[in-house]
Design a protein around this ligand. Structure first.
Ligand code: DGL
Length: 271
């Protein structure tokens, strides 16, 4: 018997709070869907971990999400995808559609910013994997991105850095780097940065376009669900579930701020 997964949840994961921005856009676009979110706070920051370590985390998280019978998995973390995409292509059950946050961004750039000088900021692991530029260089109409690793940002955001001065100084330090000189568009290549998008826009006095993939990824999810005929047509009765491998005060604060109190938040330890 073929089971239609129309009413099953959508699984998403990130190393921490960054992917919550994708979850938020997804719930706004597809309010009928229920979600299972995994924040791997115990192993944060992925940006400073080896690819081998990240692949083993990703394997474990997939196992957890698949136990909930998710109908679609969204890798809401650039770094996790950059480190594990080759592994996933070979090893994950092809019946589960998987989407990431990098491909929708490349498609958007191709359609809207092909003429622009585009910059990219992301974690060390993402920048050194060269995943963005490898994809960009396969598109005939795109030029190489001006890339910069900005490794101090995600940890400040994950911690809930409340000293704005310190955060703004770090942003200024990175964005003044010569490699980003003259850019007309900037890709936020780490989902954590979406949470400080306004500060980045302010640095540029709103003169350059700052791109985050939250809406793009949600739209991609919608089209994949439609294509597989598993888009929910009625409001899910399941509660959204948020799991973390280490329950931190800031994760709690951010998840409640974005999704309200009426959610399930639990610790899920794995090694
Ligand atoms: N949010 C993750 C990303 O999109 C990275 C943060 C980390 O270093 O764990 O790349």
């Amino acid at each position: 018997m073929i089971i239609n997964k129309r009413y099953h949840p959508i699984g998403l994961f990130d190393s921490g709070i960054g992917g919550l921005t994708i979850a938020k856009s997804l719930k706004e676009l597809l309010p009928n869907e229920s979600i299972i979110y995994f924040g791997d706070t115990k192993h944060f920051p992925y940006g400073e971990k080896s690819s081998e370590d990240i692949i083993s985390y990703v394997k474990n998280i997939f196992e957890i999400l698949l136990k909930y019978d998710c109908k679609l998995i969204i890798i809401a973390c650039n770094t996790a995808y950059a480190a594990s995409h080759k592994y996933l292509e070979k090893n994950i059950d092809k019946n589960i559609p998987i989407i990431n946050v990098i491909d929708p961004m490349i498609e958007f750039i191709q359609n809207n910013h092909a003429e622009n000088k585009v910059g990219l900021i992301a974690t060390n692991r993402t920048i050194h994997s060269d995943i963005y530029n490898n994809k960009v260089l396969k598109c005939k109409n795109l030029n190489k991105l001006s890339s910069l690793a900005t490794p101090l940002l995600a940890p400040m955001i994950e911690k809930g850095q409340n000293d704005d001065n310190k955060l703004n100084k770090t942003i200024t330090h990175y964005l003044s780097n010569n490699s980003l000189k003259d850019i007309e568009t900037l890709i936020l290549g780490c989902t954590h940065y979406y949470l400080i998008k306004d500060k980045i826009e302010n640095f540029y006095n709103k003169k350059i376009k700052i791109l985050d993939a939250s809406k793009m990824a949600a739209e991609k999810a919608e089209s994949v669900l439609e294509k597989h005929n598993i888009l929910s047509d009625k409001k899910s009765t399941n509660k959204d579930i948020f799991m973390v491998s280490n329950l931190t005060e800031n994760f709690k604060n951010v998840v409640h701020k974005l999704f309200g109190e009426n959610i399930v938040l639990k610790s899920c330890i794995y090694d």
